[in-house]
Structures are given as structure tokens and as C-alpha cells.
Design a protein around this ligand. Structure first.
Ligand SMILES: [Ca+2]
Length: 228
């Protein structure tokens, strides 16, 4: 073996170890530190989305802006973003940079919240389901598909494709049950997700077979702590 060959093998092994597919049922990602590095990259091969549903659960006590789900493409840092705006107490959804704000949500600290966000390019309608309750349906002028190589990040908000992280927008807390579909879920399916009943897992991101890569301090831990 040449040293170049050895290096190639080591690099291949590291790459294989870095990204893995896991069934994360009953588990959560813990983001215990506030910095501009700690993150999880969620991996999908899909490069075109005419519609999107993202459901996740999160638990935090941070009193400032923070990103909850950040999907960028090479052409757009905010191709699909879910973001809490602390100043205006609004949950924002950005689709292809176009912003919709949802008000009056009871985003209490120190408890799990189920948030499902849907968008359909056919109608341009964006909607949030917050703990199973629908917001109003809002139009965003994003009526063509999201295309290009996708970079999906939890824990940090992308201002550039795969980077541009701001410590003041980092997520600190726990996150679980992240699923993404390339279509809009029916209200019944969303209710099943919220109630943790049987639902069709995400066909883009599936928490039960999630391919991901952790950078810096993020832990995979059991979601419930059972006392024996
Ligand atoms: Ca930012």
C-alpha cells in the first residue's frame, strides 16, 4: 500500500463512520451547548420538492430567536426554514426565502411541542400545526419546486449553504421525531403524528431510519427517563 492508498482508506472509513442510519424511536437529539458549531445534518438524496411537510418535536427554554429546522439549497439558504422570532413572538416559516409568520402560539418553555409545517407549490399555501392545532393558511409567492442539492441542519440556522451559523440563533434543548415528506399530510395524518399513533413515516426523512451526521456537541439520548 502506498501512503496515498492508506490515506484514502482512512478517509473512506471516517466518512462511513460519520454518517449513519439509525432507528431513533424513543430517542432524541440533545443540544446541550450554545455555540455556532453543534449541529446535526440530516441526509436525503431528494433534490426536488413540489410540496413539503416537516413534523418535529422540540423542547427548549431559550428566550431569543432560534432555528428549529433549516433546509438550504445551493441557490437559497432559506429554502425551507422553521424559525422562532422571539421579538415578535412568532413562528416563522420560510419557503424559498419567502416568509410567513404565525402568531398567537403558546410556545411555552420546558415542554415538548409538536410542530408540523406544510407547503404546497401548487397553491403557495403554508400552514403550521402547533401541538395539533392548525394556524391560518397563508399564501407565499413560492409556487415552483425547491430544487438543488439539499443541506438539512438541526441545531443551527444556515445563512449560507451548509454554513453561516449564528450563535444567537443556535438551538439549545432537545429535539425528536423529525420526519419530512414531499407532500402535504392530511389533517388526520398530522393528528396521528401529534398523538403518537400510527402514521406513515416521512419519505424524505424518517426518524425510524434516519441518516445523519453529528458535528460538535450533540447527543443521542433516550427521550423518556424511566425511574426503576
Ligand atoms: Ca441567521
Amino acid at each position: 500500500f502506498s501512503s496515498q492508498m492508506k490515506l484514502l482508506i482512512v478517509v473512506a472509513m471516517l466518512a462511513a463512520r460519520a454518517a449513519c442510519i439509525q432507528d431513533l424511536s424513543g430517542k432524541m437529539f440533545t443540544f446541550p451547548v450554545q455555540n455556532n458549531r453543534a449541529r446535526v445534518r440530516l441526509i436525503t438524496n431528494k433534490q426536488e420538492f413540489r410540496a413539503v411537510t416537516v413534523c418535529h418535536r422540540s423542547f427548549t427554554d431559550i428566550k431569543r430567536d432560534h432555528g428549529l429546522f433549516s433546509l438550504s439549497t445551493s441557490g437559497s439558504a432559506n429554502s425551507f426554514l422553521i424559525f422562532w422570532d422571539e421579538t415578535n413572538k412568532e413562528m416563522e416559516a420560510r419557503v424559498k426565502e419567502q416568509k410567513s409568520e404565525f402568531r398567537g402560539l403558546d410556545y411555552k418553555p420546558n415542554m415538548w411541542h409538536s410542530i408540523c409545517t406544510t407547503w404546497d407549490s401548487a397553491t403557495g399555501i403554508v400552514q403550521l400545526w402547533f401541538n395539533g392545532r392548525p394556524t391560518i393558511r397563508k399564501f407565499v409567492p413560492a409556487t415552483s419546486a425547491i430544487t438543488g442539492s439539499t443541506m438539512i441542519i438541526l441545531g443551527q440556522e444556515q445563512d449560507a449553504h451548509g454554513g453561516g451559523f449564528d450563535i444567537k440563533q443556535a438551538f439549545v434543548g432537545m429535539m425528536s421525531d423529525v420526519h419530512m415528506w414531499d407532500y402535504v399530510l392530511s389533517s388526520c395524518e398530522i393528528q396521528s403524528y401529534v398523538d403518537k399513533l400510527n402514521f406513515t413515516p416521512g419519505n424524505v426523512l424518517n426518524w425510524k431510519a434516519l441518516e445523519f451526521e453529528i458535528t460538535d456537541k450533540v447527543l443521542v439520548e433516550p427521550k423518556s427517563i424511566v425511574c426503576h
